[in-house]
Design a protein around this ligand. Structure first.
Ligand SMILES: Cc1cc2nc3c(=O)[nH]c(=O)nc-3n(C[C@H](O)[C@H](O)[C@H](O)COP(=O)(O)OP(=O)(O)OC[C@H]3O[C@@H](n4cnc5c(N)ncnc54)[C@H](O)[C@@H]3O)c2cc1C
Length: 240
């Protein structure tokens, strides 16, 4: 795997990953690239918070706790690196990483939040995020950390890539998967979790083909039964 340092001339030939927490890597993935350690940084500067694209969520949460900074409590138990978190607009309910975002830096320069569009698990960012700048607001809340921990208590501990599908408007992907009889159905070592049906879990040695079978089966059954088109939240990396 290539490491992205300062030379961005070749990036179009690679797919940039963070820490693959929302990614299903296939048997024939495109060439992958990740930001080097150079982009693992977090600092307070000029009255704002500056975070490098390769900074893990746990490090951000610890820094904010130590420096009494508000608005990042939801990262305490949400895996990923800053670039992946911003690119997915990761969050829990109304708490999303874009809420306190001010700007991002990419290889072509700086972009203010107003120049970008964010939605539910969506950001229209096509370039590598090397750094992001956030509003600095003081008042870290341990209460919020507890609240987020409780919110996540329905998620399985078995390895997964997080939520498999985006929730369709006014409904829940997990509920629909359960309704069509796929909750807990084993395909090899893969299944939609008994604990939360929108988590596609791997109980050990799960195969990409089995994961894809379950994803396609869920889409098909939910379309047939509810006329709803499920949209993947997980990013599938497979070349034909
Ligand atoms: C157990 C579990 C629970 C989870 N719970 C939640 C949750 O509650 N809420 C939530 O929102 N998510 C959740 N997730 C999903 C995941 O944590 C987030 O999507 C996170 O943002 C992924 O970060 P990553 O670095 O692993 O990104 P990756 O999975 O590596 O990549 C995801 C996308 O981001 C892009 N990307 C990565 N780095 C960069 C960069 N530097 N610049 C531009 N684009 C980049 C990739 O190209 C890809 O399209 C969960 C995952 C797991 C495994």
């Amino acid at each position: 795997m290539a490491l992205l340092e300062d030379d961005f001339s070749n990036i179009d030939n690679f797919y940039l990953i963070g820490s693959c927490n929302n990614t299903l890597v296939g048997t024939n993935p495109p060439p992958l690239m990740m930001l080097s350690k150079r982009y693992d940084s977090i600092k307070i500067e000029d009255g704002v918070l500056k975070i490098g694209g390769a900074t893990p969520s746990g490090k951000i949460a610890s820094f904010c706790k130590k420096h009494n900074i508000a608005n990042f409590e939801f990262l305490s138990h949400l895996p990923g690196k800053l670039g992946g978190l911003v690119a997915m607009n990761a969050g829990l309910k109304e708490y999303e990483i874009s809420n306190s975002l001010l700007a991002i830096t990419t290889p072509t320069g700086s972009k203010q939040k107003g120049e970008l569009a964010f939605g539910y698990r969506f950001a229209d960012i096509k370039e590598p995020i090397l750094e992001a700048t956030f509003q600095l607001e003081y008042g870290f809340s341990s209460q919020k950390v507890k609240m987020f921990k409780k919110m996540r208590s329905n998620q399985p501990a078995t390895p997964s890539a997080g939520s498999c599908f985006k929730n369709p408007k006014g409904d829940y992907a997990g509920r629909l998967i359960e309704e069509v009889g796929l909750k807990g159905l084993l395909r090899g070592a893969m299944c939609f979790s008994e604990k939360h049906a929108n988590f596609l879990v791997n109980s050990g040695g799960g195969r990409f083909e089995d994961a894809m079978w379950l994803i396609e089966e869920a889409k098909k059954r939910v379309k047939e039964q509810f006329d709803i088109s499920l949209e993947c939240e997980i990013v599938i990396l497979q070349c034909d």
